[in-house]
Ligand binder design. Structure first.
Ligand code: AGP
Length: 620
């Protein structure tokens, strides 16, 4: 996810901004840049790669300009600037596509997070006015528009620009003609203002400036903030000012980095609604069958068989994806653990599409499986969260989840984003192959759009009960997870979460298989977690639950609201909102993530970095 910081005050802005970028580094990025006012003009330096590359570029710039390289010295005059870490979405990872972006004259500069959905349309409108964009980004369009509307008042030009933008974004603009002003806008992307001692900060996260001030003004959607050396004004979209509500942040710096959460894992669980929404937005833009890429209409129609490979959580997402692709698009799908697939001599016929799922884009087994498939003539698609990763280079086409950087080793928001992207792919396949009626397609699309809100509701409602339950069961020596159909990937993934962060022996099974062996593990009080969200097999699952209860085990069930029978069979039931049974995967996994989280915390464990595990497994 990109990061923004802006500064206006008495310090050398270049240094404050660079330090701020360092504090946003954890969010992930592939290029960075800074623009600042110096000696009566605006300087701008951008670099691809990490902040060390930007640091070198800044040093070279200072040397070239003959400026002093002395570190942060207080200056008598006001210094202002903006800076950004970019994670490429529109246009490749190049210095030219990095932020800050300028208009054609270099008068206006902006840094932007989010996506401008109508940027192609706006680019055409600008071209009619003889204004050509020089980068491939959506952000440059915003700089060009502000310059086009500028008539002596930056905030007014920004407001007029916002009126023609659609999408979700936050940006900060500066202008040569108003060297002591920064203007920021928030529209469904975070942006906060920090009030210091005769200085102001603006950033996408409090962590970027918390070392300087803890006095914060949170902006609301549609608001514009005008920051000048002598104060700030917050206005609504119509330009009417409101009294800025100042709050004091008491978190320590470490906690600020986690947006106030106690761990990255908990923060990332709470980021799932936005991971889904962002991924769906991206999917709609890139999966359009009319778009010119290797998964266009003709390719989607001609696929005869799919093979999905992945490891760990990505493999579980593949299992959920298979069900959607087979059920909705009627394309046969095989799912395999990447480390098995690559050694089993797989048969790949013409018309086979191989999809490699890897959030990091660097897992050795998944990469090897993809290469093998490609060498045997398959079209290979990578589904990843990491732009620029090896998987993106090894595939014919890439589908990106937009979950933002995941720091906790346990995959949470990347899992949900993978599942949702597979659902969007399944619906596109169904549409291209006329496998579903238009009414059913529309219904599923609607339900998909409702997922972010529904996942948000589940996080809110399940957190407390899951904490209590985890505290009660904290020293249970063994857990069994059961599910059927779409409940099975949820059970497998829930069990994996518990194993990896709590170190509790846990098994997960297709519920119908229980009587073929695992039932021997059940004793008095063994906790058994049943995912009972798949209506088609509910009676079957209930009969499995009865078998479990007959052995004195304790049943915790995840079920859809309105499912009455389950309460008679289970000791604890966590209800999730009803929706299509496949989409339930994204809802049902949330209580299980929270359960694993709270159980590990109750055991006093470090959930962000469990023992023996690394975030990326690159060694074969
Ligand atoms: C799950 O919580 C783990 N982090 C692990 O199973 C992970 O999903 C697996 O190593 C695959 O990683 P990838 O998606 O980056 O390829």
């Amino acid at each position: 996810m990109c990061g923004i910081i802006g500064y206006i005050g008495h310090r050398r802005s270049q240094d404050v901004l660079f330090d701020g970028l360092r504090r946003l580094e954890y969010r992930g990025y592939d290029s960075a840049g800074v623009a600042w006012r110096e000696n009566g003009r605006t300087e701008c330096v951008r670099a691809i790669g990490n902040l060390d590359s930007l640091g070198l570029a800044l040093a070279a710039h200072s040397a070239g300009a003959g400026a002093s390289e002395s570190p942060a010295v207080a200056t008598a005059t006001v210094s202002a600037g903006i800076a950004h870490t970019r994670w490429a979405t529109h246009g490749g990872v190049t210095e030219h596509n990095a932020h800050p972006h300028a208009d054609w004259s270099g008068r206006v500069r902006i840094v932007l997070n989010g996506i401008i959905e109508n940027y192609l349309e706006l680019r055409d409108l600008l071209a009619v006015k003889m204004i050509q964009c020089s980068s491939e980004t959506d952000a440059e369009v915003v700089a060009q528009l502000i310059s086009y509307y500028y008539d002596g008042d930056l905030s007014e030009a920004v407001r007029r620009t916002v009126d023609v933008l659609s999408g979700h974004f936050a940006f900060v603009a500066m202008c040569e003609d108003e060297p002591q002003t920064l203007v920021g806008v928030r529209q469904e992307c975070p942006l906060v203002v920090g009030i210091g001692d005769n200085e102001l900060f603006i950033a996408s996260s409090i962590s970027a400036f918390v070392e300087h001030t803890r006095r914060v003004v949170v902006l609301h959607d549609g608001e514009v903030v005008i920051m000048r050396a002598w104060g700030l004004t917050v206005c609504d979209g119509g330009g009417f000012p409101r009294l800025p509500e100042e709050t004091r942040v008491e978190w320590d710096e470490d906690r600020c980095e986690k947006d106030g959460f106690e761990t990255f894992m908990l923060k990332e669980i709470h980021e799932q609604p936005s991971a889904i929404a962002e991924t769906l937005r991206q999917a709609r833009a890139t999966l359009d069958p009319g778009a010119h890429h290797r998964l266009g209409l003709a390719e989607l129609r001609n696929i005869r068989r799919m093979i999905i490979v992945g490891c760990g959580t990505s493999y579980h997402a593949a299992l959920a994806g298979r069900m959607a692709i087979e059920r909705w698009a009627r394309v046969p799908v095989e799912v395999d653990v990447a480390s098995e697939f690559r050694y089993r001599g797989p048969i790949i016929e013409p018309g086979t599409l191989v999809l490699g799922i890897t959030q990091s884009g660097e897992t050795a087994d998944t990469l090897a499986a993809m290469r093998l498939a490609r060498a045997q003539g398959a079209t290979v698609v990578a589904l990843t969260n990491a732009p620029g990763s090896q998987a993106t280079r090894d595939a014919d086409t890439v589908l990106f989840t937009r979950a933002g950087l995941e720091i906790g080793v346990a995959a949470t928001k990347t899992f949900i984003a993978q599942v949702v992207l597979l659902y969007a792919l399944a619906l596109n396949l169904a549409r291209a192959r006329d496998a579903l009626s238009p009414a059913r397609l529309a219904e599923l699309e609607r339900d998909l759009d409702l997922l972010p809100d529904r996942v948000g509701q589940v996080i809110e409602s399940a957190d407390g009960p899951m904490r209590q339950l985890a505290e009660r069961l904290v020293w249970s020596p063994f857990f069994l997870y059961l599910g059927r159909l779409s409940g099975l990937p949820v059970a497998l993934e829930g069990a994996l979460k518990l194993k990896e962060i709590s170190y509790v022996p846990t098994d997960a099974y297709a519920a119908g298989e229980m009587k073929h062996g695992p039932i021997a593990l059940l004793g008095r009080d063994t906790p058994v977690v049943c995912v009972a969200t798949e209506e088609a097999v509910l009676p079957k699952l209930l009969s499995n639950v009865s078998e479990v209860r007959a052995r004195g085990a304790r049943v915790l069930a995840i079920a859809s609201e309105g499912c009455k029978q389950i309460a008679e069979h289970a000791e604890h039931v966590v209800y999730v909102p009803p929706t299509d049974s496949l989409l339930q995967v994204a809802l049902a996994i949330v209580p299980l993530q929270l359960f694993a989280y709270h159980l590990a915390r109750a055991r006093g464990l470090n959930v962000d970095q469990p023992r023996n595990l690394a975030k990326t497994v690159t060694v074969e």
